[in-house]
Design a protein around this ligand. Sequence first.
Ligand code: COA
Length: 554
Amino acid sequence: MRVLFLTHSFNSLTQRLYAELGERGHEVSIEFDIADTVAEEAVAQFQPDLIVAPFLKRAIPASIWSQHLCLIVHPGIVGDRGPSALDWAIQEGEESWGVTVLQAEAEMDAGPIWATTEFPLRRGKKASVYRNEVTEAACGAVLQAVLRISEFNAGRWAPWRIAEARSPVRGRLRPLMKQAERAIDWRQDDSASVLRKIDAGDGVPGVADLWFGVPCHVFDAWPEARLRGTPGEVIARRETALLRATRDGAVWVGHARRADGIKLPATLAFATEAAAVPEAPLEGWWAPDHATWQDIRYEEANDVGFLHFEFYNGAMGTRQCQRLQAAFEWAQTRPTRVIVLAGGKDFWSNGIHLNLIENAESAADESWANINAIDDLAEAILRCGSQLTVAALAGNTGAGGCFLARAADQVWVRAGVMLNPHYKNMGNLYGSEFWTYLLPPRVGADGARNIMQRRLPMTARQAVDSGFYDLCIEAEQGKSDRQLAAKRARRAADEAAKPLAEYRAEELTQMRRNFYGFDPSYHYARHHFVHKVPHAWTPRHLARHRDKPGERAA
Ligand code: COA
């Protein structure tokens, strides 16, 4: 089928559906929801058999849904309607939630139901639930709906309406959640409800709050099991996070956005105020036996060390790279055979930290410092001769993060993870992280060019099929000795053929041009990305319906 996606952006859920439908032989093209006339034009050009709206913030115009089958992905259970579906479900502590695929009609989210899937709702950030449970459920439901189209066309199956439901429907119409409903009273609320409120608003829009008397929005809440203080007071700081006491404990807040500012680590958003707050450091890298804020965490099981790095949004700033490198180098001193670089639950890494760069006095200097810090980390992983290294990708990974992972001997990816192993979308950035050393041997020179130029997401399966990533690691005793010896020999041979320093210098020459050169594309693109400037057009590599005749098949 020809499937047109009408979507607010090419976000992770849209990318996943794009890949899943593409893998099943459907021709998918994308149009961003910019204006009704633009959407109408895309429909006229593409003549789709089906229109899917994976992530839409406005209604589809009647001129389109009255002529074409349009399926809307709603992140809610049957009967649920409104723009804050997940926010309400998380804030009210629903035990299970779901995704429903409905046909577009005049009334929003009220059309006939084509498919629905439910899942247990865990405690977690809204964006995390969206990227994991909602995305999985949406894939299942959309694929089921697509399969039902031929049955529907043959008159053997029909979508159903709520009025026809055999049992009572739990979902209902709920309004946009307002900040008054999200408000935290730090003196009166217990920690569980503070966590729920911040989770329900993460990553957009956050919870409007007052910190040190300054209006801001807060994000990225973590529980704290031990530290206590006067309810309402900010009682401790650790690296990028601040701890504030509640009625019955305390909650860490990792990120904040001041009025008119951008989202930043909390200790940076309140740099002056936080300086007076006492530090609550952790000893070393070991994971503590109680809940607390710890972005880099080490665990060991038998002769395997696990290094977790839970960096918000997968963004890795200069200091985060340096601390992770220190933790990695310390992990190498442990009597282990394998180090698993486990990343975070939601992201493994999305490369350099664009918000910190945007906030810096000189964006070019901070870009330069950050790329060098991430390259140092990549180099430390590449040169590790004492253990086998495994990058275990449980969450989505993008740009430099994809190549940082490839610096490990093995890359394991969870099925369902979306990868974006390219840089060009960020203002034609050349990229570093030794991609010129790491990518071509895995996929060939043409394959590397293709991945970099096409700028399309890749599923975990596609990454493994192409040879870019590996599926699993065999690390039994005996075998790992041979693997370690082979790894040292391979690195030495590669170094003799062309030193890592040369790859790095060549990449960084290009990056210097991106950061300091005449062409400001990277600085514009980053500014637009960080400030979430709405798209003015759909990129041509996504809007295949705008290809000239003959181009589309390519
Ligand atoms: N630095 C800072 N923030 C980043 C980031 C980065 N490198 N990558 C992602 N984010 C943030 C986004 O701004 C967004 O923030 P929010 O919590 O305020 O909404 C959040 O992470 C999620 O990103 P989003 O784009 O909504 O997720 P997605 O799953 O739809 O898309 C990517 C994932 C990786 C394709 C996309 O985030 C991206 O292009 N990131 C930039 C990668 C890059 O160019 N890095 C620099 C070169 S190494």
